[in-house]
Design a protein around this ligand. Sequence first.
Ligand SMILES: [Zn+2]
Length: 718
Amino acid sequence: MQSSFVRADAEALVAHYAKARVSRDLALRVYTTRLLGADPRLVLHGGGNTSVKTRMPDLMEREAEVLCVKGSGADMAAIEPAGLPAVRLAELRLLRAREALSDEEMVRLQRANLIDPMAPNPSVETLLHAFVPHKFVDHTHATAVLSLIDQPDGEARAAEVYDGRMGIVPYIMPGFALAKKAAEIYEANAAANGLILHKHGIFTFGGSAEEAYERMIDMVSLAEAALRRGRRAVFASAPTLPSPASGGGSIDFPSPAACGGGSIDFPSPACGGGLGRGLLRLAEVAPIVRGACALKDTANGAHRRLIVEFRSGDAILNFVNGADVRRYATAGVVTPDHTIRTKNWPLVLDAPQESRGFAASTAAAAAAFMANYRRYFARHNARCGGIKTMLDPQPRVVLVPGLGLFGLGRSKKDAKIAADLAEAAVETITGAEAIGRFESISEADMFDCEYWSLEQAKLGAAKELPLAGQIAAITGAGGAIGAAAAKAFVAAGAEVALLDVNEVAARTVAQATGRAALALRCDVTDAASVQAAFDNVAESFGGVDIVVSNAGAAWQGRIGEVDETTLHKSFDLNFYGHQRVAQAAVRIMRAQGTGGCLLFNTSKQAINPGPNFGPYGLPKAATLFLARQYALDHGADGIRANAVNADRIRSGLLTDAMIAERAKARGLTEAEYMSGNLLGREVTAEDVAQAFLAQALALKTTADVTTVDGGNIAAALR
Ligand SMILES: [Zn+2]
């Protein structure tokens, strides 16, 4: 591992923060914390922590000796000085004299001694930082170190590799007891550069930010070297591991079984075969996996769904294709704090072979996973006196031989975090298996971390939005109503896929949502384009739950004279377009088995025809009945179908120029024309979007037509 320390960059950051009266010590602390945080081989997503012992004025302008330590759960890669709350050091050190200290007391004491009472909670490992004397303390969960120590004899291996340069601390859950033990071990060998925490990670110490950082790089590099040395010896003597010679060029560890013809009968990319024939495509697999991992029929008939993030590549395929994957993949977490993001073990599926009932085996495997999780919780909750509340039992990582892995989460962001941690686990476990046998902490220790209030606090207690975990696809998303719908569904917590024949317009709307919205080109008059777009949505998010079928355009013509081509064009977009979109969505919804909601943008024209608007109104009327037909035919699948019948909305169909022209023709002002309804108020795209959202949220409402026109009695439904 190479050092990224650049003195000029460090000094530039010191100068930058000096303007904001941030001390040199703290600025340097920020600099190397970011260096550590930027390398996924060291820390990921809120893992790891750092500190500096320094002096600063308190709120009363009195100089105080403090520990500036990373806030709990903060991201090291993007840390700012405020992310390292200052705690009075002398008071923290006093705590060492205690025999015991509960977590709640520890948090309260730490908070009581914050210089700024508004600062975030200091790291759960604050006391360890306080109890060692060094000015700078760095802590990571380096992959190479974990590969070395996540072994039955990990402590002995670390002792051999570090040969007195690091103290070796047995596994103890983070908190007061670990801090005391770590300090004792350090004091028994005060020349050590840091500490190895068995099955957890590594601390390095230094008199300067550079020294602590460089020691981290050096100590992790020693672990990397040990892995390289050990790997060759193990390969030669392990008959179950085929030689890495069968692997692709970039792979430096063996593919356990895929090339050796073990129990798996599809070719691995490592053998040059690509994905095996007969395997389902990702777009087919993802909805099956996502549906199986949903918690079905919770309160009020709702499903608790997750979003997925797919990952693959040589390293992942070698891992998931291994004959022994169920053993090493489900042996536990690679470092304790992963448990809150990934749970303690992944769901391991069969290879997705069409002939082998992948959907049925996946549903059974997911159900077994969740039943097992409930038993695990009951077992350990009983040990803790029954005081814990069970978290959801849904998997957060799913391994699919032949394909790759899925991270799952209540949002795309959380799914990506789970996938990142899963990838780090693949690397760690692959390294551990190459030199020995991967072993995690005990199940009881994992439970204690997963259900530790201080770990759960890292996830925050934000109230979930009503559409969290759901995926909404919106067609015609580049237009006014599509954009308003995108905004409304994002605000309700959904992930959104924005489909439009004009991809640039879809991208513009995606950027405006402020969320990782997916923008796709989709021509709803082209079945292949619709299929490709929905495949892409399934691959990107795992499936689809809500469709706002909104794409449309207006044609005019007096019905007794209009040519058939015009009618065909309008039907192709304003009826068949909706049918193609709905059919593609229903296929995915049925694979998920968690119902869904189809929402159609019909029009006042569907109910109350306007003169010379037959070419537009006729297909819209058919689409109104299309919604009813879907409600009828797919109600048993839990799929709802509703329509919004809107009128006179400023949009691509009713441009400002058209408004001016029509107002003039009627002898009205534009404002009078736009508010010419019973309520006397203009109806906006946002009003239409809110109607779609209301239909999506009304779980017992199907075959509904909601009118959004400010009141037009001639268009009112009977
Ligand atoms: Zn840690």
